[in-house]
Design a protein around this ligand. Structure first.
Ligand code: A3P
Length: 309
């Protein structure tokens, strides 16, 4: 997308912002989804990907944008300029999102693009349109430890006018634990894709591993995509997808979404990008209560989450 198209995208959001609201949640097969998504559910469920399409699936705030940027750069041999052709959600549409016109929905954008496309979703495994599995589409899932994921989601819900009102922090922790936030239970989400990862050839990544050794994880993604790039290109991709570089990149930092839809004075989209920030938010009592509940909800799953590195 040219600069002109980016401006028109921003203008569309500005025009639509009068009708943008904190969308209430409506359950779809038991999963709370924003009403704008739930009301379009039949069209989303009917989506048929091409076998060459790639799906990037995450629970919200687990590192989706980071992974989208890595994948786009890998597919463009590390060409930074090519990956500045448009903001992230235009380069890599968000399957289920649908805001009021004149904003394009994820499905509108996908229809206008030729495969192979990089498609983002936050849908839990059981709500991903079955065509992805029937067509054996490659899928990258990124999971982030529950406490940091929750902290990030809280800040996002504060600054994003379209998400449900987060309410006070203490109550928000309970909503997260009960699976009442948009896209449902974090626990079921991460476990759902984990259980399917071998059967569906899903590349399952952890945010903490990406932070600890980004080069290693970028190379894993590269191999999964059947690519073989030079050392120098890989090094460059790691650099371009560092938190600092992406925060400064207007095509990756969501700054094209005008306030008040995303209000950066409350919290920037690219907020901290760290592992362990939860320690600055949870009181010792909240942490204990959360951990006890976590043990019950994750019992038997054996997933290698790390809330510190
Ligand atoms: P924080 O709120 O903890 O800073 P998503 O893209 O799924 O919405 O996730 C957003 C979270 O990923 C935010 O976390 C954001 O700062 C972080 N993030 C985005 N790009 C990153 C990068 N290159 N490195 C580390 N974290 C990144």
């Amino acid at each position: 997308m040219s600069n002109g198209e980016e401006i028109s995208c921003t203008t569309a959001i500005e025009k639509a912002s009068a009708s943008l609201t904190r969308f209430p949640l409506i359950p779809v097969r038991g999963i709370p989804l924003m009403s704008c998504i739930a009301e379009n559910w039949d069209n989303i469920w009917a989506f048929r990907p091409d076998p060459s399409d790639l799906l990037i699936a995450t629970y919200p705030k687990a590192g989706t944008t980071w992974t989208q940027e890595i994948v786009d750069l890998l597919l463009h041999n590390g060409d930074a300029e090519a990956c500045k052709r448009a903001p992230t959600p235009i380069r890599s549409p968000f399957l289920e999102i649908k805001f009021p016109p004149p904003m394009s929905s994820g499905l509108d954008l996908l229809t206008k693009m030729d495969p192979p496309r990089i498609i983002k979703t936050h849908l839990p495994f059981q709500l991903v349109p079955t065509g992805f599995w029937e067509n054996k589409c490659k899928t990258i899932y990124v999971a982030r430890n529950a406490k940091d994921n929750l902290v990030s989601y809280y800040h996002f819900d504060c600054m994003n006018l379209t998400q449900p009102e987060p309410g006070p922090w203490e109550g928000y922790i309970h909503k997260f634990m009960r699976g009442e936030l948009a896209w449902g239970s974090w626990y079921d989400h991460v476990k759902g894709f984990w259980e399917e990862r071998k059967k569906r050839n899903i590349l399952y990544l952890f945010y903490e591993d990406m932070k600890e050794n980004p080069r290693h994880e970028v190379e894993r993604i590269m191999r999964y995509l059947d690519l073989s790039l030079s050392d120098e290109v890989i090094r460059n991709i790691v650099e371009l997808t560092s938190f600092k570089k992406m925060k400064e990149n207007p095509m990756a930092n969501y700054s094209f979404i005008p306030a008040p839809v995303f209000d950066p004075s409350i919290s920037p989209f690219m907020r901290k990008g760290e592992v362990g920030d939860w320690e600055n938010h949870f009181t010792p009592e909240q942490s204990k209560m959360f951990d006890e509940d976590y043990e019950k909800q994750m019992k038997g799953s054996n997933m290698p989450f790390r809330s510190k590195i």
